[in-house]
Design a protein around this ligand. Structure first.
Ligand code: SF4
Length: 518
């Protein structure tokens, strides 16, 4: 039975909300074949925004008709056929570019509307989807990229993520949320899925119930970044693994029905949590789920920021996983083909995306590790990256993004390589660069966050690309966002300024101390 859209007659609805009432975003999938036949000019301008529900954004400049496509990869886990299919799409249609995102998804660029039906068909053949990869809907579900092989997980979360992801896929009861909506589900004790910056996140916990130690989850609600970042807050409930889907559906229903729809800038779930607080949120949740036990013992011990470099034992004896650096998250199609081939030849063909924009190749028998590491592709996609390039994260930036104020990807790579030559540090420094106040590059949780802006040139006769600098972000101990340093830096001088900042930090810090500690 369809739900009642109680907000239909609300006079305060913003313009996007009014459009969403006229046209459900997921309906765009039905129209794509028609537009593919008619060409880009056959798409009415008012429909452009609806392509987001199919994971499609128009690149900059929109009038040129090139699309960026985001593909959901729940928990970041790809099997061989999926990896090869994605590499083929990048090669055949996307000018060879394959980007790993900070939510474990994959992004392509340069796609034409005429090509989209074939791309969607190829994805469907291997069980992949773009539905909900963008838009006001449940996005890709983040998880533990080591799920099922992780010596540091309490539960194999793969079946739970699959169940929740599939429930929300193409589900028109939940395709009109007030704004984008991000979930994570992980039982890794090192907070591999960045719980505090998700709208809803399930984190590992234990509780004694009727004399029995039960392993399950706590749930954190109301996290999110962008211009007004919030850290998610824990609700006082304990959730058994088999209840995760029910709780996820209840929380999403609450967001759908009580989230704000008057102003886009206040529509994320974090604003509802900020107004209600965790206790009212818990009471509302229980109205949907019935009684849940109170919270037990948190099992998250620290935050690894999504990094897994090197060779590590899996929980399956005699088997290793290999953590690899993808500089600023960008691979070529040829590299993905090669990584898939290697993964299949030495292991089971899987590739796993991390939210640090890096990858993991799992299931390598101990005796094959040495030979695998001699493969040429690992000269660039390294197991032991440098302290800056290995921990550099970047959003898409002005190359393709309509909201960007500055170039980011290439600039971040060049900056990190420069710092690796110029500055020696005894602990990695996580630098995140974004091209605007939005936070696809998760600037707020970086040791050093670089946020793109425009400023007047020295001669005051033009606008130039510039950056604000933020220091000291972390998700350790519940999290803390980085803080802005005074002033802004012309992009031309950014490398020297960041170098000077790091040298000063290095001189004054203790051995192994991070920006957060400092
Ligand atoms: Fe675009 Fe801004 Fe997101 Fe970067 S952070 S991809 S510039 S919207």
């Amino acid at each position: 039975m369809a739900y009642v859209k109680h907000w239909v007659n609300d006079e305060k609805l913003n313009e996007t909300e009014k459009d969403k009432l006229k046209f459900d975003g997921l309906e765009i999938f039905k129209e794509i074949p028609l537009y593919a036949e008619g060409g880009f000019d056959s798409i009415p301008k008012e429909k452009w925004a609806m392509f987001k529900w199919a994971g499609l954004y128009l690149q900059k400049p929109k009038e040129d008709g090139y699309f960026m496509m985001r593909v959901c990869v729940p928990s970041g886990i790809l099997d061989y056929d999926q990896a090869v299919t994605l590499a083929g799409i990048a090669r055949d249609y996307g000018r060879g570019i394959f980007d790993v995102t900070t939510r474990q998804a994959v992004q392509f660029h340069w796609l034409r509307i005429e090509e989209i039906p074939d791309i969607l068909n190829r994805l469907e053949q291997v069980g992949l989807s773009t539905a909900g990869a963008c838009g006001d809907i449940t996005r890709n579900i983040m998880g533990n990229p080591l799920a099922g092989i992780d010596p540091h997980e309490l539960i194999d979360t793969r079946p739970i993520v699959k169940e929740v992801f599939e429930y929300f896929q193409f589900n028109q009861d939940f395709s009109n949320l007030p704004r984008k909506y991000k979930m994570s589900i992980s039982a890794n004790i090192h907070n591999a899925a960045h719980a505090e910056i998700n709208c809803v996140s399930f984190v590992p916990a234990t509780k004694e119930i009727d004399g029995e130690e039960v392993t399950g989850f706590h749930v954190k609600v109301g996290g999110g970044l962008s211009a007004r970042p919030y850290l998610a807050e824990k609700l006082n409930v304990f959730i058994r693994p088999e209840q995760v889907k029910e709780v996820a559906v209840a929380l999403t229903t609450i967001f759908r029905d009580f989230g704000y729809r008057a102003k886009r800038t206040r529509a994320r779930l974090k604003f509802l949590m900020a107004d209600w607080g965790p206790e009212k949120f818990r009471e509302k949740l229980l109205e949907y789920t019935g009684p849940l036990p109170e919270a037990g013992i948190d099992q998250v011990q620290k935050w690894n920021a999504g990094y897994f470099y090197g060779v590590h034992p899996q929980k399956q004896e005699g088997t290793k996983y290999i953590g690899l650096n993808v500089p600023v998250g960008r691979l070529s199609a040829d590299e993905v083909f090669e990584l898939a081939r290697i993964s299949k030849e030495y292991g089971k063909g899987e590739i796993r995306n991390c939210n640090s924009q890096n990858i993991i190749i799992p299931h390598i028998p101990d005796e094959k590790v040495e030979d695998l590491l001699k493969e040429k592709v690992f000269e660039r996609i390294s197991t032991q990256p440098e302290n800056f390039l290995g921990y550099a994260v970047s959003c898409t930036g002005i190359e393709y993004c309509n909201l960007a104020l500055t170039e980011t990807k290439e600039r971040m790579r060049v900056l990190a390589e420069y710092l690796d030559r110029e500055v020696t540090v005894d602990a990695p420094v996580r630098i995140h660069m974004t091209g605007c106040p939005n936070s696809c590059g998760q600037r707020q949780i970086a040791d050093l966050g670089l946020q793109g802006i425009k400023m007047k040139s020295k001669e005051k006769n033009a606008l130039v690309e510039a950056f604000e600098i933020y220091v000291g972000g972390t998700l350790d101990g519940g999290g803390k966002f980085n803080e802005k340093l005074k002033g802004k830096i012309d992009a031309e001088y950014l490398p020297e300024v960041v170098k000077a900042l790091l040298l000063d930090f290095k001189e004054r810090k203790q051995q192994g101390e991070s920006f957060y500690d400092f």
